[in-house]
Design a protein around this ligand. Structure first.
Ligand code: NDP
Ligand code: AKG
Length: 447
């Protein structure tokens, strides 16, 4: 089996050698899915996984825009249309200086499995730009988004490809992107998700990724008769996912000790309660400030510059910032401090070494493609509401989100439970996600 996996990865590396994040994501899937394929005749000899690692379409384009001083800037825009076997391409747009083809291909690849796990009919895609919205005025962000959509609009549509937000793309950016799509195409349609409530958005979509991550972690804890009640929780990030993960942890009786951004993390030993979280939401979403500002408002908290929060002793860790933010040493520290569960709100935040450490220690570990799938699942619910031209209530969407997260948890258990009872959720998510897409690809022939 080792030889088979190596031969497969050699071929992937030969074609994508300069794309480390993409290779990392594929390696993790290959290690769990190739042994499964070997035991199931219908997939043998079809090169399904090799077809799945090649994007159906990779679009790259120039985005030229003018800043407030009249200076012209050029960024690179992308859309990776990875796999459409089970539905239109679906996945977020990331605006961040680290964006490149490797990062977006890893995200698009993960998205294929994640979207399959949601049980909704969505293929996988991802896109974005190396544009950095940080420090830009609202007008500059608007001009960039309009320029970006001027090209992207040719490649997307409600039955073709439906983008949404990700790092650096929130409600403000989705509004500007939607406005330009509508103007150019002269149609009001559900072409993006994460829209404002008065123009086609869904209740609970802003909360969905963070809430879903905590629902998934709660399901994992329940398998051991445990819950969030009274648990110390360490969270990284302070953006969309981190904020609503923190909100749900508080609702379930947990104590949130940390939040972070790329400048460092804040540690509040008294806990970040609802009032403090409301301050963070205003700071980040309206004033667009830094997490370090928290200690000026709440001086009993500490700001630890340039560090990640994994040294803080906790029961549960929720990495909700970015890829590879939690390495093998961090994992060892968490385990040493008695951490019992890790659920990824971000995409691929744990390095392979960290994941091996969690598995070796047999602690509960949920990979992002399972635990953060609530965001895209609720985007799928937004698409359904747009098609039906109706709006479901907050309670109705939340109930559906809970149901979907519980079904994903069950699917991971079905495919990931090992002898001795430990559930390898990475294996479970990869195989459960693979089966549905692979079966659709088999049915559709070699295309
Ligand atoms: N939004 C969604 O619905 C979904 C998001 N995700 C994933 O969740 C993660 C967070 O996304 P989201 O909350 O939407 O994004 P936001 O832009 O709202 O927030 C991102 C947060 O992560 C921090 N961050 C970004 N890059 C780094 C870095 N290199 N080092 C340390 N901190 C960093 C940011 O800090 P700073 O402001 O300093 O950059 C910010 O606090 C991403 O991995 C994303 O792919 C997954 C599923 C759905
Ligand atoms: O809501 C969506 O379509 C995309 C969410 C996303 O980008 C993700 O799940 O990583």
């Amino acid at each position: 089996m080792e030889a088979k996996i190596k031969a497969f990865m050699d071929e992937v590396k030969a074609r994508n050698g300069h794309e480390p994040e993409f290779i990392q994501a594929v390696q993790e899937v290959a290690e769990t899915v190739i042994p499964y394929i070997a035991k199931h005749d219908i997939y043998n000899g079809k090169n399904i996984l090799l077809r799945m690692v090649e994007p159906e379409r990779l679009i790259s384009f120039r985005v030229a825009w003018v800043d407030d001083e009249g200076e012209i800037h050029v960024n690179r825009g992308y859309r990776i249309q990875m796999n459409s076997a089970i539905g239109p391409y679906k996945g977020g747009l990331r605006f961040h200086p680290t964006v490149n083809a490797s990062v977006l291909k890893f995200l698009a690849f993960e998205q294929v499995f994640k979207n399959s796990l949601t049980t909704l009919p969505m293929g996988g895609g991802k896109g974005g730009s190396d544009f950095d919205p940080k420090g830009k005025s609202d007008d500059e962000v608007m001009r960039f988004c309009h320029a970006f959509m001027t090209e992207l609009c040719r490649h997307i549509g409600p039955n073709t490809d439906v983008p949404a937000g990700d790092i650096g793309v929130g409600a403000r950016e989705i509004g500007f992107l939607f406005g330009m799509y509508k103007k150019i195409r002269n149609e009001f349609t559900g072409v993006l998700t994460g829209k404002g409530l008065s123009w086609g958005g869904s209740l609970i979509r802003p909360e969905a990724t963070g809430y879903g991550t905590v629902y998934f972690a709660d399901s994992m804890l329940k398998t051991q008769g445990k819950s969030f009640e009274g648990k110390k929780v360490v969270i990284s990030g302070s953006g969309n996912v981190a904020q609503y993960a923190a909100e749900k942890v508080l609702q379930l009786g947990g104590k949130v000790l940390t939040l972070s951004d790329s400048g460092g993390y804040i540690y509040d030993k008294d806990g970040i309660n609802e009032e403090k979280l409301a301050y963070v939401m205003d700071l980040k979403n309206n004033r667009r400030g830094r997490i370090s500002d928290y200690v000026a408002k709440y001086p009993s908290a500490e700001f630890r510059k340039g560090e990640t929060p994994w040294k803080v002793a906790c029961d549960i860790a929720l990495p909700c910032a970015t890829q590879n933010e939690l390495n093998g040493d961090d994992a060892a520290q968490l385990i040493k401090n008695g951490c019992i569960a890790v659920a990824e709100g971000a995409n691929m935040p744990s390095t392979p070494e960290a994941i091996h450490a969690f598995h070796d220690a047999k602690i509960l570990f949920a990979p992002g493609k399972a635990s953060n799938a609530g965001g895209v699942a609720t985007s799928g619910l937004e698409m359904s509401q747009n098609s039906l031209r109706i709006s479901w209530t907050r309670e109705e969407v939340d109930q559906r989100l809970k149901g979907i997260m519980s079904d994903i948890h069950d699917a991971c258990i079905e495919y990931g439970k090992e002898d001795g009872g430990y559930c390898n959720y990475v294996k479970g998510a990869n195989i459960a996600g693979f089966v549905k897409v692979a079966d659709a690809m088999l049915a559709q022939g070699v295309i």
